[in-house]
Design a binder for this molecule. Sequence first.
Ligand code: SF4
Ligand code: SF4
Length: 351
Amino acid sequence: MDKGWSEKNKEIQKLISKEATFGEAIKKLIELRKELFDQITQIVKTFPEEAFSRMPFAGAEGYHSKTLAYSIWHIFRIEDIVAHEMIAGDQQILFARGFCDTIHSPIITTGNELSGDEIAAFSKALDIQHLYLYAQEVQESTDRILEKLQYSDMKRRFGDETNTRLQETGCISEDESAYWLISYWCGKDVMGLIRMPFSRHWIMHIEAMRRIKNKLCRTARKGVDPIAYCGFSCNHCFLGEWCGSCRTAYNACSFATVSPDGKCPNASCCQEKGLDGCYECDVLESCEKGFYSPTNDGANAAKAQALYIRKHGKKAFLQAHDRLHERYDFSRTQELLGHDYAEGLCILEEN
Ligand code: SF4
Ligand code: SF4
């Protein structure tokens, strides 16, 4: 489990069990859920449609054997059912907000009953943008429920009535791989539900999504030019696990993720001008677009690297970086190159 998330979750579990620290636990839980949800946002914002139904670990044991779309559906179907049918006793977001129609899901269940090819086919049928909106509404609605809970609610248990209600929703498949969920949830009190579907369950599936995403990125980058449009080396980039290169549809570079259209301004500009990269551009030195914007800490380093490529070519550039990275890690390298672009160019040439 991700160490940072695991530590935060452990602290929340400790705080939530005492009345004096209950309020603090809920606050921290909502913060952790936001941090985890940001991972989903980043994936949905930057990854192409086809990524959501791909199964790079098909047949493996574990959550990473599913798809990105299935993972999102599954996390939020479970949360929607538990939060609304059990804790709040009102209508699920899926039905109340009409997401059944807009997501185009062929099922309303949690998806536990699906396996292998069924998961891939199910994932292909989903409208990812509406699935994301659904996930967002479930998260927000659960957060509101969490904020209203009192410590005295934690020991509330669920009897036969809830069990019957869950069965009648048709939201849990009668297949044995799913049906156990009803007695599992009904065997817990409110605190037990918070500890699993609202926190740990998220961590486990979002970690699996990260593994899927990383593998898709590595596959996307195979055989692709490792020089980014702005002049960075994808081979040496600290985002190598996250980003499938700005030359593929799996671009998750920082400027792509913060741009409203999900595209890096330098990549778009080069494509519009028909350039292989900013190193071929006449106005490189004075450019202030994307990575080169004066407010970006890495602007000078990116420019120094593009200038080096213009002067010495890509092969020499990658070799210069190999040598630099024998001594320094990514962030130190960028720091050294980033004081001034002319000085950065000299450092690359002299090392
Ligand atoms: S962030 Fe830029 S340099 Fe890093 S891997 Fe992505 S495209 Fe390449
Ligand atoms: S104008 Fe700037 S972003 Fe566009 S190609 Fe030239 S250097 Fe790159």
